[in-house]
Design a protein around this ligand. Sequence first.
Ligand code: PHE
Length: 452
Amino acid sequence: MTQPQEHRAQFATRLGVVAVTVGSAVGLGNIWRFPYEAGANGGAAFMLLNLFFVFVIGVPVMCAEFVIGRHSGTNVRSAFRRMAPVQAWGIVGYIGIAASILILSFYSVVAGWTMEYIYRSIAGFGGSTATAMHNSFDAFASGNVRPTLWTIAFLLCNYAILARGVEKGIEKVSNILMPLLFVILIAFCIHSLFMPKAREGLTFLFHPDFSKISARTVLSAMGQAFFSLSLGLGGLITYAGYFSKKTPLVKTSLLTASLDSLVAILAGVIIFPAVFTYGQEPAAGPKLVFEVLPAIFSEMSGGVVWSTLFFLLLFLASLTSTISMSEISIAWFCDDLHMTRRRATRLNIGIAMALGSLCALSFGCLGGFKIFGMTIFDFFDYVSSNVLLPVGGMLISIFAGWVLKKSLVRRELEISAGHTRRLAGALIFCMQYVAPVCILVVFLAGIGIIKL
Ligand code: PHE
């Protein structure tokens, strides 16, 4: 059904707006992806680069998405079609839709792992040493059937919430879960700070060694910023279509970027002291968190409860993120292809189930199948985070900075602005120059087209 602008749903409260935006941003990107990317790319240096990208590029691009979304009040593809002088801008919408489906596919695999770990927290991990955790994760992930079934199960949960619609499903879930996740992360941080090798872990996370940084690392840090803030694919354009005219865009973006970075740093503070205490390899890749965390829980008093609670919250935080990914194509299917919400949701989840199963199997029987030297899972991750999101983000930023009328952008940014008024000019400058140039240079250097 086509939904004209005035009949579109809106998030009910100011808290709801922040909770859904933060809910989209905070997820596996912070707690699973950030620690293993930082672990593989030199720790503190990666983290500092990531923070730079979050605030200097991420915040302006997020504001650009908000402005485009709220002003057009529609899905990502129609937004460009309605506001752009030439149809070619519609490509940004397609980039976003493609990226959202790729991310949803591999993300659901990891979210499926969290479901297995909720089950194991209760049923027992079958050992408590770091080596036992390592072996049991490998045996599970390479086992084909279970990881694929969990991927499908996770996508079914996603379906159940999405089919209920924006206000009933998304907003309610986000409002409760996000604060709870935050509290439990702080409790785990305190525990990690008392581990025998906490100092080594914290040094790794906070003392930068820039000699470890290469152009590819810089691209990964930028990709992580886009991934973690849910930027560059129009997810926030779609969500901003549900914002009220009073929502202060600049404040919402600064708050989201700060909370999102804080959660990633807290995850690092939890993980790295444990990595060093248990003699594990910081560069272990995607499995890092799933091997280290159970080892931490096994030595805490009341470990079963902590572990169950943690993986449950991680699972729920993943859900609030995948909901925003799915919403990108669902809004497009409904608004432009005139599908009912239920059909659109089924289509989105069906595609993700097929592609997600391939990603799950790439840790098992499809492990030998490589695309440009990467497994299907790694390829989906690399192409979406390091190519599609930065390119999408660059185009979104150019669109808001150069194609839209400056007075319109300024007005949208300044609504109920308060002290953020002065920031509007700086943000527009970043949208016009800083973000596009920076993204282009980092991207071209990262893929080896230019040498710095
Ligand atoms: N930002 C989410 C996370 O950190 C992932 C995400 C990416 C969500 C893109 C929506 C769109 O887990």
